[in-house]
Structures are given as structure tokens and as C-alpha cells.
Ligand binder design. Structure first.
Ligand SMILES: [Zn+2]
Length: 432
């Protein structure tokens, strides 16, 4: 058994009691949190590796609830365009050229960026799921992965077969990887195609990750393809009987929110991407009224353009205030909740990650508070959301393994990944 003891930190537990515990120790045994509290209150084995937590905050690892990791390769390639034009003239032509090796290196680059910014788990939707999984496996990060299923592509049938094979491979496997189904959206998949996906998801006990009502026009695009309203499509295809992670979820009506609540549909809020593509502002305050805790995600790096979950939490805490002229909306704690336990719920992993509690998986991050912009410390949660950034994360532990120590990654050669990813991205653009 391996043991790690984080000593004397301020633990922001994100538990039901919303505890912030000063001068607190966290004992990790193998992949689990064994004890949280004062060392005097529990036995510490002699072989323990100690990590000094003084002047540091400990948070559950951040969960990026919606991204397309390999799109780091498109960072800065197509900006300041509307979603439709951005996709059709810039992104889809490049994606038609992308190969498995590109996806592996783009994902690796994303993982380097995410780990350095305190993200310990991400929900990914992209092509070449096996190569995404390879990057996740090698790096030590945790992920929920699906291949994007676009029912309108000529390869739709084969892509679904591939997705079924991928989900079967990870079903019942004790792994940091959760395999799910990824119907891209209700305007790119016919009801017939969605029926097949829903049937497979039900049969294999897998979840579904999709884009839902991201833009104002999407509803009419869904009606144009399927002749039905979005939630009629979800219901008729059988998807509503499966747990759904619904990225964006901006234009849901009040009745649709009620249906979401009555089923297992968790919205994932993506303020950075929604602002950049001028898609709109998701009604997070209405989710709250409906008793729904959303997750939080960056979306791909081409529409953000980074994977910084601290920035995303800050955006989530800011935009609703000005949108509704109400500074009490989305508090610092609520923004952190979306970035931790809300994400865990959206990924179906809330029984093991998203909180610092005995028995949970040891996915936690340490933030160096000994910085001018984080001084003084009246309220640690306010400092984390309104003042901190990804660069303040000092240490990262996933599944009980230290993946970053004093900002040095332990499983990945950061320099080599950056060089290789830049090379691959340059070559990809040339192929277009
Ligand atoms: Zn997306």
C-alpha cells in the first residue's frame, strides 16, 4: 500500500456541509482518501510521503465537463466567426483531414494544460476514441470519453459500431476511463440514428454526452431535420431513459427544464465558448430554481481558447450577474460547485469524485496561496474564484498518484509534447 499525507492545508471540501477546514491533513491510501482532519485524530503509517500544505488550499480536482481535447491543435486558427461559419468553413474541413496520431498529440497537449491548471478529469467528445484513451491512460488523468457520432456522415453506421466496441471494451473495467456514447447533437443525428444509440446505451448501461440547444437557431435546425421539438426527439428516440450530459443547454424552455429535472439530464455550462461564439448565456439561475446543479466546461480550445477551469469558474460567477443585473447570482461557492461536484454528477462519477471526503477517490489539487494576488485571505473560496488562475496550482494528485509536484509533471515530458503538438498542428493545416 502507498500512503501520502498532505499536511496543514486549508481544505475546501465541497461536501454537503460546504466545509472549509483550516490547518487540515488529508491521508491518502492507494487510490482513496483514507482520512480528512487533524493528524492527531487518526493513525499515520510510518511509510507515508508527506506533502507540506501550509499556505496552500486543497480542492477536489477540477472536472472539465465538456471539451474536445484534441482541438488544442486548432487554437488560434479560426477566431472571431459565428458558430455556423466557424464550423463549416474552418473546423469541419480540418477535421476531415485529422488522423489518429494528430488526435493523440492534441489530446496530450490538452492533458498537459489541464493538469497544470488543476483539472483532474474531463469529459471528451472527439474522433479516434482509442487514441484519446491512450493519452489518458499514459498520463494518469481521469476521463469520460466518447467518439463523436454525426448521423449525417456517410460513415455513421461504422462510427456507431466502433463506439459500441469502445464502450464494451471499458464496461466493467476498473479504469480511470469511462466510455460513453457521443451523439453530436439533435441537428446532426436523425431520430432513427438516435434510437440505435439509445438502445445500445441502455443495453450496455452507458451514459450519453451531447450538445444541446447551444444557439438560437438550433431549435429550428432540429425541427428541420427531425420534424419535432428537441425534447420530443430525446423522448421518442429513447435517449431520455439514459443519463445525459447536455453541453451548453442555453435555450431550454421552462417546461423542458422540468423534463430535464424529472430525468437524468445534467447541463454543462460553457460560458467561455458561449461568449466567444456569441451563442448566448445559459440560464444557470433557472437551473438553480429547478434544483439542477450544472457542471462546467471549457469546450474545445478552438472556441475558448484555453482549458483553464479557474477562468471558466470566474466567467460563470461573473456573466450571470451582469446579464440579470443581480450581483448575488452564482456565488464563488456555486461556481466551484459546478467545477467539482456538478461535473462529477454530469459524468455519473459523483459517488467517487468531486468532494474531499473519506472513501472518495484521491483526486485533489493544491493551490499556492502565498501570492500577492491571493493576499489577504478573508475568504478562500472568493480568492480561488475571483483572484486565482491555473498558474497558481502547485500539486495535482489523481487516483492517489502525484501527477504534478511543484508545477513539474511526473508522467509527461511537457516540452516534448508541446514541440510535437505544434509540429502536428502545422502539418494538419498544410494538408487542408
Ligand atoms: Zn462542444
Amino acid at each position: 500500500m502507498t500512503h501520502i499525507l498532505v499536511k496543514g492545508a486549508i481544505v475546501v471540501a465541497m461536501d454537503d456541509q460546504k466545509r472549509v477546514i483550516p490547518n487540515c491533513d488529508v491521508l491518502i491510501e492507494d487510490d482513496r482518501i483514507k482520512a480528512v482532519g487533524n493528524t492527531g485524530n487518526f493513525n499515520v503509517p510510518p511509510d507515508v510521503e508527506e506533502i507540506d500544505g501550509s499556505r496552500k488550499a486543497v480542492l477536489p480536482g477540477l472536472i472539465n465537463g465538456h471539451t474536445h481535447a484534441a482541438m488544442t491543435l486548432f487554437r488560434g486558427y479560426a477566431d472571431d466567426l459565428a458558430l455556423d461559419e466557424w464550423l463549416k468553413t474552418k473546423i469541419w474541413p480540418l477535421e476531415a483531414m485529422i488522423n489518429a496520431d494528430d488526435v493523440y498529440w492534441g489530446t496530450m497537449l490538452a492533458i498537459v494544460e489541464m493538469l497544470k491548471g488543476g483539472t483532474t478529469c474531463f469529459a471528451d467528445m472527439y474522433f479516434y476514441a482509442d487514441d484519446i484513451a491512450r493519452a489518458v491512460d499514459e498520463s494518469g488523468i481521469r476521463a469520460s470519453i466518447c467518439g463523436a457520432l454525426l448521423g449525417t456522415l456517410p460513415t455513421a453506421g461504422k462510427d456507431l459500431e466502433d463506439a459500441i466496441r469502445f464502450v464494451k471494451e471499458y464496461k466493467n473495467k476498473d479504469s480511470r476511463i469511462t466510455a460513453v456514447f457521443g451523439p453530436h447533437a439533435l441537428y446532426t443525428c436523425t431520430i432513427d440514428h438516435l434510437k440505435k444509440i439509445a438502445a445500445s446505451a441502455k443495453e450496455l448501461g452507458a451514459r450519453v454526452h451531447l450538445h444541446l440547444l447551444e444557439t438560437k437557431n438550433e431549435r429550428q435546425d432540429i425541427v428541420a431535420l427531425n420534424g419535432k421539438q428537441p425534447f420530443e426527439v430525446l423522448s421518442e428516440s429513447g435517449l431520455l431513459e439514459v443519463p445525459i450530459l447536455a453541453a451548453h443547454s442555453i435555450y431550454l424552455t421552462e417546461e423542458e427544464l422540468e423534463i430535464a429535472k424529472a430525468h437524468d439530464l445534467t447541463p454543462v455550462h460553457t460560458p467561455g465558448s458561449n461568449l466567444k461564439l456569441a451563442s448566448g448565456i445559459a440560464p444557470v439561475w433557472r437551473y438553480d430554481e429547478a434544483g439542477i446543479t450544472a457542471g462546467l466546461g471549457t469546450d474545445g480550445a478552438a472556441s475558448n481558447n484555453n482549458l483553464d477551469m479557474f477562468e471558466e469558474a470566474r466567467l460563470a460567477a461573473l456573466i450571470h450577474k451582469v446579464d440579470r443585473f443581480d450581483p448575488t447570482l452564482v456565488s464563488a461557492h456555486e461556481a466551484l460547485e459546478m467545477a467539482t461536484r456538478g461535473g462529477a454528477k454530469a459524468l455519473g462519477l459523483d459517488d467517487r469524485i468531486g468532494r474531499i471526503e473519506e472513501g472518495m477517490k484521491a483526486d485533489l489539487i493544491m493551490i499556492d496561496l502565498d501570492k500577492p494576488h491571493l493576499t489577504p485571505l478573508h475568504d478562500v473560496e472568493a480568492n480561488l474564484v475571483y483572484s486565482a488562475s491555473a498558474a497558481d496550482v502547485s500539486d495535482v494528485i489523481v487516483d492517489g498518484k502525484v501527477l504534478m509536484r511543484n508545477r513539474e509533471l511526473t508522467t509527461i515530458d511537457e516540452e516534448a509534447v508541446m514541440r510535437k503538438a505544434a509540429e502536428v498542428a502545422k502539418d494538419l493545416v498544410k494538408r487542408n
